[in-house]
Design a protein around this ligand. Structure first.
Ligand code: BES
Ligand code: MN
Ligand code: MN
Length: 461
């Protein structure tokens, strides 16, 4: 193991240079005109896996973006770990809020800035380089490894489900390792055991065939922005923040007393939390703590709303239409399709007949996922954390989503160990995304220990 650790130390600078090349590729899956960059990022990933020494490295085309695969199956009798990550990134707008070029990785104060440094290019790099370190030094890994890196996570992994269904044998493994989440803090290491699900929709309200003069026609017909606002207000109780869509909570598995007690042990200060966000105060569903509300309870959020005149100055206009994008974060056992339908039905039901309404479902639904704390691999992960961070990890539930985790569970019957090295202030999906170099380095060390521990544990029994 010493050679591996030494190799990781000795090659730090080169790793950062290579990561900078990866960051340079604007592989934004949400933008159709970035298909070339998606191909470039897939090609780059393929090259990295080959350079790491993996075998059978290839790209699998899908109906969308390619999945890159590689494996090393030389550890006879040892368990197999499926490593998953994504090479696609989120859009970078608003560009003017970035202090550095999002696609020129910039190192400042021990942090690497750039789109994808934390989500998820920087974190998959941890895996690439740990594998490389083993295969270049001791020429073997303690476990068998299969790696898949996809290019559609940020748009809901739409085509990955088909890929998994088609390649069950190829993906057969004992556990899944994913580094695409955060820790509570540099000195507060944690392992994520829950992810929320998601459904994403757009509501459009139309009342006229075209915009009109608000003086001539205002008062004569319904205003679509007004109506849309009224519809959205009816989705959530302003006092309790309970979602008012009928059936929304029907399938939610209630939090047990025991789990609530455990979650209450996670270090958290509401005032600090609000301050760090520049928020006036915390707010959310009555009866639950902030930790519970952001990880273990479902929510309804308006992501964007537009219509009418929003440009400079005054324009007295009666708009013809109004739109809103809304999403709901879900928890076990909510079915995203069922929730989307409940929302659609509810909106249709409460829309006045003075306007036309249309509800469109986006293609990035996903189930919530929970990894049992007793899962194989949780123990190895916590031992690995303890060795590197010198502290026992906290166990947290992440409010974000990685839709494929539930698909892995359902289709392959394997749990995922969410051993992520991001930090809450990494600015994921936002301007000035960064990853701390110390987290990158400790992430590699932790991953080495995880592989060793997992191999040891499985061979011991
Ligand atoms: N890596 C994130 C998930 C995540 C978010 C982990 C926040 C830790 C903190 C992942 O790339 C992501 O952003 N998922 C999307 C999924 C969606 C687009 C289907 C999300 O949660 O919004
Ligand atoms: Mn991610
Ligand atoms: Mn993301």
């Amino acid at each position: 193991m010493k050679e591996v650790v030494d190799y990781l130390k000795a090659n730090q600078d080169r790793f950062l240079e290579e990561l900078a090349e990866f960051i340079k590729i604007p592989s934004i899956s949400a933008h159709a005109d970035r298909r070339k960059d998606i191909s470039k990022a897939a090609k780059f990933t393929e090259k990295q896996l080959k350079a790491a020494g993996l075998k059978n490295v290839k790209q699998y085309p899908t109906k969308g973006n390619p999945v890159v695969y590689g494996e090393w199956m030389g550890a006879k009798g040892a368990p197999t770990i499926l490593v998953y990550g994504h090479y696609d990134v989120q859009p970078v707008e608003p560009l003017e809020k970035w202090k550095t070029d999002p696609f020129e990785m910039t190192i400042k104060g021990g942090k690497m800035f750039g789109r994808g440094t934390s989500d998820d290019k920087g974190q998959v790099f941890i895996h690439f380089k740990v594998i490389e370190a083993y295969l270049k030094t001791v020429k073997k890994l303690p476990v068998n490894i299969k790696v898949i890196v996809e290019g559609e996570e940020e748009v809901g992994s739409t085509n990955l489900v088909d890929f998994i269904k088609k390649h069950r044998a190829l993906l057969k493994s004992d556990t899944i390792l994913i580094s695409d989440t955060n820790m509570i803090g540099k000195t507060k290491p944690s392992i994520t055991y829950g992810l929320r699900g998601l459904t994403y929709l757009e509501v459009s309200v139309k009342s006229l065939s075209g915009d009109q003069h608000s003086g001539t026609f205002g008062g004569g017909v319904a205003n679509p922005i007004q109506v849309l606002s009224e519809l959205l207000v009816k989705c959530k109780d302003p006092k309790t923040s309970k979602v008012k869509i009928p059936g929304f909570y029907s399938d939610v598995v209630p939090l047990s007393r025991k789990e609530r007690n455990e979650l209450a042990k996670i270090p958290h200060d509401d005032a600090m939390y609000a301050k760090n966000l520049g928020a006036v105060s915390t707010f959310g569903e009555k009866g639950y703590s902030t930790i519970e509300r952001t990880g273990a309870r479902p929510t309804f959020e308006i992501n964007g709303i537009w219509g009418g005149h929003t440009g400079a100055g005054v324009k007295t206009v009666l708009p013809a239409e109004a739109h809103a994008k809304v999403s709901m974060r879900l928890v076990a056992n909510q079915d995203p399709d069922k929730i989307a339908k409940a929302f659609k039905d509810y909106i249709k039901d409460i829309t006045p007949d003075t306007v036309k309404v249309d509800v469109k479902l986006y293609d990035n639904n996903g189930y919530a996922a929970l990894t049992p704390l007793t899962a194989d691999g949780m123990k190895a992960a916590s031992t690995a954390i303890k060795k590197v961070f010198k502290k026992d990890p906290f166990f947290t539930r992440e409010g974000g989503s990685i839709p494929v985790v539930a698909d892995f569970q359902h289709l392959l019957g394997v749990d995922a160990i969410l051993l992520g090295f991001g930090l809450p202030d990494d600015n994921l999906h936002a301007p000035n995304e960064k990853m701390d170099i110390s987290q990158f380095r400790n992430g590699m060390q932790t991953t080495v220990h995880f592989l060793e521990e997992y191999a040891k544990m499985k061979s011991a029994g």
